[in-house]
Design a protein around this ligand. Sequence first.
Ligand code: RP5
Length: 168
Amino acid sequence: MTKKIQSSVAVLMGSDSDLPVMESCIKQLKEFGINPVVRILSAHRTPQAACDFAAGAADNGIKIIIAAAGMAAHLAGAMAAHSQLPIIGVPIQAKEGPGGLDALLSTVQMPPGMPVGTMAIGKAGAKNAAVFALQILALSDKTLAKTLADFRKAQTEKALQKDAELNS
Ligand code: RP5
């Protein structure tokens, strides 16, 4: 089946050191037929470029921004501050520190009225960010709704197959 190619999702990360984790998000999006815009932008190191991206994202056809960062992870919150698009945050575990809890709390603890949909820490969250983006886009796109249904069906079949193998 030929999948629809879209660039309606942006995957941002605070550093190239986040890329090994976010590869699983990018890979999953591509498997869904969504070709994301991928950028390294930091709320702290490149604040103006990050804000400019957020402010122009909707006009550039972006519908969802996925923002991953570690440590004092303010990238997703900065995106929310400068864009009305839905923002999905992925906390990244830093090499040192409290195991990603720093990034999780920095991402999830947004003030009322300024939400960031926050995923789990690390690769599980990175993959879920892709699935969650698909779920949002599938609300208004029948092709992507079918892609989502197929993904869920395959996931269920895989789990049932493992159960059957364990009990055979
Ligand atoms: C954050 O600081 C980045 O998102 C990254 O997770 C962390 C460390 O960055 P590097 O020092 O590895 O560039 O802004």
